[in-house]
Design a protein. Structure first.
Length: 193
């Protein structure tokens, strides 16, 4: 498990964590299948049973078609704000750039008026079979870029990673932010770029 605090240029601290069961979250993001359906997506877990499935299917299709992050209406869940992020299937060099773009879009959407997330859970890696290194590197690139500005109200960024790959993910996070693996939660903050 990793609990790594990093700071932005304004001194705001963001905790990167894989210890998701130790935190509560007010926003969550998941991915629909590339055809807009639900598939193995955790989406069903995050929405209330009373929400209209046809509206949810339309939102999934919109996210996939436009290749953009989508903020679902408040009425989708009484527990948290639900955001949809398109699934990236490729693992080539361009995937890293695309993952960084989507991560920056996700951050913006999580901080948009009416959302204002303080604790965001990323669930895209819950079911991964093969370690998605270009996706992870793209996300870490985006976080480094966000460090140059402000994390705004975001305080915790949780990653729900498949247990088979969590150690590799945690190692990459530590390497990216120059922290020794296994560092305690009160490890020094990553240096400003």
């Amino acid at each position: 498990m990793i609990d790594l605090p990093i700071s932005d240029s304004t001194g705001n601290v963001l905790l990167l964590t894989t210890g998701i069961h130790s935190h509560s979250f007010d926003a969550v993001t998941c991915s629909p299948r590339t055809d807009g359906g639900f598939g193995f997506s955790l989406l069903y877990y995050f929405v209330d049973n009373t929400y209209q499935l046809t509206q949810l299917e339309a939102a999934c299709n919109e996210t996939v078609t436009r290749n953009e992050v989508c903020v679902l209406p408040n009425s989708v869940s009484s527990r948290w704000r639900v955001l949809l992020t398109p699934t990236l299937r490729s693992r080539d060099v361009a995937t890293r750039r695309e993952a960084a773009r989507l991560m920056k879009d996700l951050f913006s959407a999580s901080q948009a008026q009416g959302v204002g997330a303080t604790r965001l859970l990323i669930t895209h890696f819950h079911y991964v079979i093969k370690y998605p290194e270009p996706h992870v590197l793209g996300i870490l690139d985006a976080i480094k870029e966000l460090m140059k500005g402000s994390f705004l109200s975001l305080k915790v960024l949780g990653f729900d990673f498949n247990a088979r790959h969590s150690a590799q993910f945690e190692r990459q996070v530590c390497e990216s932010f120059a922290v020794q693996p296994g560092a305690p939660g009160d490890a020094p903050q990553a240096a400003h770029p």
